[in-house]
Design a protein around this ligand. Structure first.
Ligand code: ACM
Length: 545
């Protein structure tokens, strides 16, 4: 079958199908209950299968169980007529990924929300699939700060991630242009910082504005719902509160957080255009105490035990402009008092503070690779975005790394050359380029390579004003990315892209059934174009690893 991501090994199909119908029963052993619920709610609804509870040994029933001879996320799916469909997982997540494979085996209708062909014969081809992921961290970043994605959209993306066996949602919750999470003790973060009066349409050099106010935020119960919905799907949600840069929205709400001896921060508003704001947090005790308060609520909302990587909290740390710190007497005094060499070390002191603070609470800090500058806090992990170099340095120093180099897996970047791509930003990175992305750079020893927890595709939304634009940039490339993250692919040049494209033919039908507004292989549909909206195309090949 045309599975995406490709499984480790398949035997078959050969022999008669396992028929599924009204009488098909479902049995789940201890530890498989989440998948049992998901199968009934999702596959059952799509295909009109009641999947009533039944005995373990039902002929042609579906059986879910744990098998501790398998790795935690590994599964074995066997479909044998007369014996039914059995999914064994090394742990609960393995059973769930096996159920995702079962869904793909049942054809595109299995991706709808209600049956479209009642009474049609259904069956699972006779086969045995052995499967396990290459990487533990298989992530997607959604930037819900630049353009807000309402809760329903996030829940939908969690379903789309699960369908591709992705397991980490990195939620970029705060930036210069918006603050998206309710913090009860600081109500102005949502009253003021969660919306802006207008928005630059296109690249910052574009003359166009969208004069509609833009905003939105997740209430604390929305966040709890997102985290629980993700956990049902074995997905960890890693929240990002970006400090000390990318903080203009927070400063607009609470001016005392900014460098008040350099700028009149009471005059700031939530930023309405794109780029990197010079308005960064002041390195003061006031700021530290404020953000400790934010993180106290964040830790409660994102419990460490929700899913595999839920102990991680992302603190950003990227692109912190230093001009205000250079001018600020307060910042200079802090540098002197702490005996630091300069502004880079001040940034590293700031991140180090939260590394210690999070560690003391049993949590782990992760930040963008700039947190390496001026010395990396001992327990920190790194999201390597400016190419591979930060990730290599971090892995060599014994830190865990998530590889997400912008030159390969920034999905806001345009996916074809020419004039038709909507608001063309960044490098041309085609479906094939993403398919040939290799997360583990050359030159790491085996021990160093073990620090590469995995990889992540990042969807920044300056140029993605709504869910359809997010879909267009994310798909189909997220399918190629999922295969890179999950499947045991050979070196980039040896990857069988023709076979991937062949399997994509079936996968597009699944995406159609899911209602994903992907970029068709022939280019954008007329309504997917944005004629006249300025982008910022860049040239350049993907770098060597
Ligand atoms: C980033 O793209 N600034 C992490």
């Amino acid at each position: 079958m045309e599975l995406i991501p490709a499984p480790y090994a398949v035997e078959g199909p050969a022999g008669p199908e396992v028929p599924l119908g009204d009488g098909t029963t479902l049995w789940a052993g201890p530890g498989a209950q989440r998948t049992e619920r998901w199968l009934r709610a999702t596959l059952g609804a799509a295909l009109g299968l009641p999947l009533h509870p039944g005995p373990r040994d039902a002929r042609d029933g579906v059986r879910l169980l744990l098998d501790d001879t398998l790795a935690p996320e590994a599964y074995r799916l066997s479909a044998v007529a007369g014996q039914g469909v059995e999914i064994r997982g090394g742990g609960p997540a393995g059973v769930f990924w096996g159920a995702q494979t079962l869904r793909q085996l049942l054809g595109p209708d299995a991706f709808r929300r209600a049956p479209v062909r009642r009474g049609a014969a259904l069956g699972v081809p006779h086969q045995v699939i052995e499967d396990a992921p290459r990487f533990r961290w298989r992530g997607l970043l959604l930037d819900v700060a630049r353009h807000f994605m309402p809760k329903e959209g996030v829940l939908r993306y969690l379903d789309l991630m699960a369908a591709h066996k992705l397991n980490v949602l990195h939620l970029h919750l705060t930036d210069d242009q918006g603050w998206r999470i309710e913090i009860e003790r600081y109500p102005k973060l949502t009253e003021i910082a969660s919306w802006r009066t207008r928005t630059k349409f296109g690249h910052r050099a574009s003359p166009l504005w969208d004069d509609r106010p833009h905003g939105g935020f997740y209430t604390q119960d929305d966040i709890r719902e997102i985290v629980a919905y993700a956990a049902e799907r074995h997905v960890s949600v890693v929240p990002e509160i970006d400090v000390p840069g990318h903080s203009q929205a927070a400063i607009a709400a609470y001016p005392e957080l900014g460098n008040t001896d350099v700028v009149d921060t009471t005059a700031l508003s939530v930023w309405d255009t794109w780029g990197i704001s010079a308005n960064v947090l002041a390195p003061t005790d006031t700021t530290l105490r404020f953000y400790e308060g934010v993180f106290e609520e964040v830790l409660e909302l994102f419990p460490a035990d929700a899913a595999e990587f839920s102990a991680f909290v992302h603190v950003g740390g990227d692109e912190c402009r230093k001009e205000q710190w250079t001018e600020s007497v307060t910042a200079k005094t802090r540098i002197t008092d702490l005996g630091l060499a300069g502004e880079d070390e001040l940034q590293s002191w700031f991140i180090g503070h939260f590394d210690a603070w999070l560690s003391a609470r049993g949590r782990r800090l992760i930040g963008w690779d700039e947190i390496l500058e001026g010395g990396l806090a001992p327990g920190a992990a790194v999201s390597s975005w400016r190419g591979y170099a930060g990730g290599i340095a971090a892995a060599r120093a014994g830190h865990d790394v998530v590889m997400c180099p912008e030159q390969y897996v920034y999905l806001d970047h345009r996916q074809a050359p020419g004039q038709d791509e909507p608001v063309p930003i960044g490098f041309v990175r085609t479906l094939e380029d993403v398919y040939r992305f290799e997360p583990v750079p050359d030159g790491l020893t085996e021990a160093e390579a073990r620090h590469v927890l995995g990889t992540q595709a990042n969807v920044w939304t300056e140029a993605l004003e709504d869910a359809a634009r997010v879909d267009y940039q994310t798909f189909p490339r997220l399918a190629a990315f999922a295969e890179v993250a999950w499947s045991p692919l050979p070196a980039p040049a040896e990857r069988d892209y023709a076979d991937f494209e062949r399997r994509m033919t079936a996968h597009y039908r699944r995406l159609d059934a899911l209602g994903v507004a992907y970029r068709p292989p022939t280019g954008p549909r007329p309504w997917q174009r944005r004629p006249g909206v300025l982008g910022r195309p860049l040239d350049g090949p993907p770098p060597n690893r």
